[in-house]
Design a binder for this molecule. Sequence first.
Ligand code: HEC
Ligand code: HEC
Ligand code: HEC
Ligand code: HEC
Length: 345
Amino acid sequence: MLKLNKRFVLLSLVVLSLSLSFGMAPNAQTADPRDTQLDVHLNPHDVMGVESCEKCHAAEISVWKQTPHSTTFLTLHRQAEAQQIAGKLGISSFKNDSACIKCHYTMQAALSGIEAISGVSCESCHGAAKNWINVHNEYGGPGVTRESETAAHRLERLRVSIGAGMRNPINVYMVAQSCYRCHTVPEERLVNVGGHNAGSMDFEIVAWSQGSVRHNFLRSDGQSNQPSSPERLRQMFVAGMIADLEFSLRATAAATEKATFGVNAASRASRAAKRLAAAQGKLSQPMLDEILAVYQSIELKLNNSNQLIEAADSIAALGIRFAATVDGSQLSAIEPYIPSQDRWK
Ligand code: HEC
Ligand code: HEC
Ligand code: HEC
Ligand code: HEC
């Protein structure tokens, strides 16, 4: 029998019970109805900003400050390429116009209105924090520590924070979804009219998360920044392939004309499905069969958004379940394909 570690089983229960009771919508963080004009991933009324994490996550913040995610806030509007895209789209203000704010900035509601407060921030990947910031680290009363917290309390803490919108890396599919939501660039006009690149075609979650953007301080001593374990990297690698398929289908769903955007999105979806099928050839995981069957049942064509979005939603639910129930020890056959350290960005 497989020996699953106790922590993993516990967390699987949290995420499974969540995905059953909340339906775990892939776009759980849709914009506030008050901001229907604003096209953003996070509800600006629930965004706390990087400063609100500083007291406890200073190390993570100092890494983040060196990354393009942070520096895009200061550099984007100065780049000739960006100005060209903006010119073609008739954009006058990068930080106020919805065509760029979705992926390059973090928007927060202030007294004076909705404003860009930073580049791609902690909350862009981990979810707007207002409703979970005071829950995710609360071990169960004064004097209780990480070590002495009861298992039941931990379960409840994770359940409540994920239910409140936290994309907790405990389920690697949740953070993979964050990456692909932006890195597939699912915006037809931005690509076809603006000339923005049609997504990071070589995006792969292990290579892109373990290099310069890595900030794994919590799991070690708080001082050192360790890459994930080989078991977790395997799980992340496969979760990334699933998320690539999910978000390529979402991008294809947004395609209305046969031009760069639609062609790219569809070929990306087909590539993602082929990769997943090849991985499944080594892994023989029933859940991957279910995902591939969803893909087999659809048509990758223009103006087919209902069918494609429904398929993406099914794949999202399976992706969450995959990361919650399939441990890296069951994925050792994929080991030779994991990007090695020299390829980490
Ligand atoms: C008052 C201290 C404090 C603040 C403020 C805080 N955190 Fe945390 N955070 C913690 C602690 C403690 C943990 C470890 C929780 C555990 O043991 O599961 C943690 C864990 C996390 C994790 C990893 C989840 C896990 O369970 O492994 C993420 C992601 C995270 N915090 C993000 C944030 C973000 C983003 C902010 C700001 C919006 C923030 N935190 C603000 C203390 C804090
Ligand atoms: C749907 C998400 C999304 C939107 C919306 C978006 N971008 Fe991007 N953009 C990205 C991603 C992801 C990258 C990184 C691509 C890579 O490195 O593979 C990027 C990269 C860029 C780059 C290249 C930056 C560099 O340093 O190489 C420019 C320029 C750019 N975007 C301009 C814009 C402008 C201008 C807008 C608004 C009109 C915009 N983007 C809207 C996702 C987006
Ligand atoms: C809110 C949108 C967004 C999310 C979420 C996001 N990214 Fe990015 N990412 C960008 C943009 C935009 C850029 C380019 C910024 C620039 O150069 O101006 C970028 C750049 C990068 C780069 C630098 C690429 C290079 O060529 O140097 C890496 C690495 C990266 N992202 C990894 C990730 C990973 C891994 C995730 C998920 C864990 C992720 N990103 C999530 C928008 C996003
Ligand atoms: C580009 C997306 C992205 C951004 C931005 C981001 N994170 Fe993360 N975060 C991740 C991913 C992916 C992981 C899991 C990495 C892994 O397992 O190797 C993670 C893991 C964590 C963890 C757990 C680390 C551990 O050792 O287990 C904490 C805590 C955390 N993030 C806090 C933050 C804080 C605070 C910020 C802002 C300064 C931030 N994150 C910004 C994607 C992101």
